[in-house]
Structures are given as C-alpha cells and as structure tokens.
Design a protein. Structure first.
Length: 192
C-alpha cells in the first residue's frame, strides 16, 4: 500500500459523498472487504457500495485485491494509507472551495466522534494507556512559515512511528491501534 494519495479537484469531488468516505475509511482502517460485507456494515445495498467502490477505484483511492476472492466475490482494498492535500489549491474555484469545506467538515465530525468515544471508553483502558494518551492543546504565536515547519516536523515524527511502530517486534503483546489527530490553524477570535 502506498503512503498517500494527493488530492486533485477531480479526486476531491469524488470524495464528496458520505458513503464513499465511509467505504474508504473502512478499507484503510480495517483492511480489504467486499461490497456485500461493506453494505451489511453500513446498512446499504451491495449495488450502492459496489458502485461507490468503483468510483473510488476510478480516482485511485481503492483497488481490487487480486489475492482474495473469486469470480463471485470481488474484494477491494485501500490503495493508500492516507490522503494528502494542499488546501490553497482549492480556493479559486467556488465548486472546489465548497467541496473542500464539505470534506473538511466531514473529517472534523469524524474526528470529534473518535474523541468522544475515547472519553466514554477511557476508564476501560489500563493505567498505562491512560497515562500514555494525550489530550492537550497549545496556543502559539507563529508565522505561516514557522507553522508549516512545525507541522512538517510533527508529520515526520508520526511517519517514523508508522514505519517502525514497535522496534524489533512485529507481533508484540500490548500493541493496540492508536489514533493521532493533529490540528494546527490560525485563530483570530478568542479561544472561548
């Protein structure tokens, strides 16, 4: 699986459907699946999931998993671990700007749900996980150049841990999936 796919205006528009985002997210987080299994998971028809998977494939987000399935069961997998984009690329065209805003709002809603689940479930995790997790926010005064440098550095740290999550052990005990959310943006209004 490739590390990331870069959004173009065409790819951005291809993602502006709630079911497509769910399908892509499921394939990235949970691994390969069929249209039928995904339809059951999301309460959709297999025809709808099949159509949207083909649209995602057309734009390079997913691909057929040739190692699985047969003529009757078509398996799909994510083609990339993540999606990258340059937000300024989508500000000139009103349709692109609207699509980018929609996608970003969907992403924020999804991430807010993840955080809410963490807060609800945190007491079920052991002390070591509670102490290792972080729910911080920081207020800095930066130029655009310094903000870009900081986010690039944070991204490199995350990519280093992606490449080698548990040094020397591929199947270590105590390893769990971990979500890292990074939001860094200017803010003119007071925080509260």
């Amino acid at each position: 699986m490739a590390p990331a796919i870069e959004l173009t205006p065409q790819r951005l528009r291809a993602l502006t459907h709630p079911l497509r985002l769910k399908l892509l997210g499921a394939l990235r987080l949970d691994g390969p699946s069929t249209a039928t299994l995904l339809a059951e998971r999301f309460g959709e028809s297999s025809g709808a999931t099949s159509y949207h998977l083909r649209q995602l494939a057309r734009h390079g987000f997913v691909e057929e998993d040739s190692d699985r399935g047969n003529a009757r069961d078509r398996w799909w997998r994510a083609a990339h671990r993540s999606t990258r984009w340059t937000p300024s690329r989508f500000v000139d065209d009103p349709a692109d700007r609207e699509a980018a805003s929609w996608l970003l709002l969907q992403s924020v809603a999804l991430q807010a749900g993840w955080l809410e689940n963490w807060v609800r479930e945190r007491s079920s995790w052991g002390r070591e996980w509670l102490d290792a997790a972080d729910d911080s926010d920081y207020r800095l005064r930066l130029t655009p150049e310094r903000l870009a440098a900081m986010t690039a550095e944070i991204g490199e740290v995350i990519r280093r841990y992606q490449r080698d999550p548990v040094p020397g052990a591929s199947d270590a005990e105590g390893v769990e999936p971990v979500t890292v959310l990074v939001h860094a943006f200017p803010q003119r209004q007071p925080a509260l």
